[in-house]
Ligand binder design. Structure first.
Ligand code: FAD
Length: 382
């Protein structure tokens, strides 16, 4: 199997990984930047046929184009951390080992989906998922869209959909009006975010509300919203629902990193970058508090709701199991292509189970890649 070497390997080509790569490459070190998307940019700078690179990404691409010691590996999956400072990668269907001296993880976050009745109907997606699809070229012009879940990302998603001609019928936020109003008041401490929120607009914003059911035959046609126990149904061609973000910590966990869920204590500022970091950590704390999931958002849907759509396992089928590992082994829940990224998160939230440890392969890969990794690891006479 081919072995690549990196003085500094960076996983994740979103704003954080790109910034780390540019700085590291200036030192002359051989830097390898890995990302599973076809183009760099991560979530916020996601490129696509309908989306040219954002100005800051374009600047990064211009500045690093002639940097021979920076290797960018797009569409590359990290399948396993094989020990001895090596990562098993799969690139264009081929296995590859990356040997690193230093490793930076900038793996970002993914959105939290909480299944509800009818969530597997075509036309129902995550909130950020719809944004990514639109950036990737999905036409939504003239479609009736309901954006739901929790957090400021919903505003950005609604704005993207509107910019592409969608009729955003409702923006459904689980947090109460009081929580949201307090958060908006706190935006004075981050004027840039206040300006962003004002630009995104808050028309058709409904607080203290959750999506409980998507209706439709072949695809979604309507959605039922519950507000303080009262149900209303809205016609919709698309429902985009996401309850905030969860960190992509699988690789970090597999490497034995300690995870600081609280984001670390706020420390006294000494230098400007530290001050900036603490300021944004404080902002993240305010977002987490304002949009903390309430009782309605945490309520379990009926037992016959599909929880794992990859393996077609219902919520009722896993309810009697002791923990996530037991549920997986007995029902195949979480063993499909998404490897429990959706159902695992929801099950741990609803049943209070601790999160499972990270087990390779982290993403679906070809059997050839696994065989090549095994052969490469075997002693010569085995
Ligand atoms: C769907 C979605 C949409 C969002 N939209 C917005 C928005 O419109 N505005 C906003 O302000 N914020 C948005 N966010 C929040 C976003 O997380 C941050 O704004 C910003 O993108 C974080 O930058 P980052 O570099 O830390 O991580 P990211 O931008 O998330 O980049 C991390 C990159 O690492 C890759 N990656 C992760 N694990 C692996 C692995 N094992 N192997 C290979 N590659 C890996 C990911 O695919 C991704 O490309 C969104 C988040 C999500 C999940």
């Amino acid at each position: 199997m081919t072995i690549e070497h990196a003085d500094i390997a960076i996983v994740g080509a979103g704003p954080a990984g790109l910034s780390a790569a540019r700085t590291a490459a200036r030192s002359g070190a051989r830097v390898v930047l890995i990302d599973d998307n076809p183009r760099p940019g991560g979530q916020i700078w996601r490129q696509g046929p309908a989306f040219a690179p954002a100005a800051r990404l374009r600047r990064w691409l211009d500045e690093t184009r002639a940097q021979p010691n920076l290797v960018v590996m797009n569409a590359t999956k990290v399948a396993a951390a094989t020990g001895d400072r090596r990562l098993l990668l799969e690139r264009e269907g081929e296995p590859l080992t990356l040997a690193w001296s230093k490793l930076i993880l900038a793996t970002g976050a993914r959105e939290r989906l909480l299944p509800f009745e009818g969530w597997t109907l075509p036309g129902v997606t995550g909130a950020g998922g719809l944004q990514a699809l639109v950036k990737g070229g999905l036409p939504v012009r003239g479609e009736r869209v309901v954006v739901a879940g929790s957090g400021p990302l919903l505003l950005a998603v609604a704005a993207t959909a509107r910019r592409h001609g969608a009729d955003v019928r409702a923006l459904i936020e689980q947090a109460s009006f009081g929580q949201v109003a307090k958060f908006v008041g706190s935006l004075a401490r981050t004027p840039g975010k206040l300006a962003q929120a004002a630009a995104l607009g808050v028309a058709c914003y409904r607080t203290a509300s959750v999506v409980v059911k998507a209706h439709g035959a072949a695809r979604v046609e309507a959605v039922t919203i519950r507000t303080r126990g009262l149900d209303t149904t809205i016609e919709a061609d698309r429902v985009a629902c996401g309850y905030g973000l969860v960190p992509n910590a699988t690789l970090a966990l597999a490497l034995g990193c300690a995870i600081d869920e609280a984001g670390g204590a706020i420390r006294p500022a000494d230098a400007r970058p530290i001050r900036e970091r603490e300021r944004w950590r404080a902002f993240a704390g305010r977002v987490a508090r304002a949009f903390e999931l309430g009782v309605a958002a945490r309520a379990m849907p009926p037992a016959d709701t599909v929880l794992c759509r990859c393996e077609d396992v219902t919520l009722g089928a896993i309810a009697s199991h002791a923990d996530w590992r037991d549920a997986k082994l007995q029902t195949r829940c979480g063993m499909g292509p998404c490897q429990g990224r959706i159902c695992g998160e929801a099950a741990c939230l609803w049943f209070g189970w601790p999160r499972a440890s990270a087990r390779p392969p982290f993403v679906p890969i070809r059997i050839d890649t696994l065989i090549a990794a095994r052969d490469a690891a075997a002693p010569p006479d085995a």
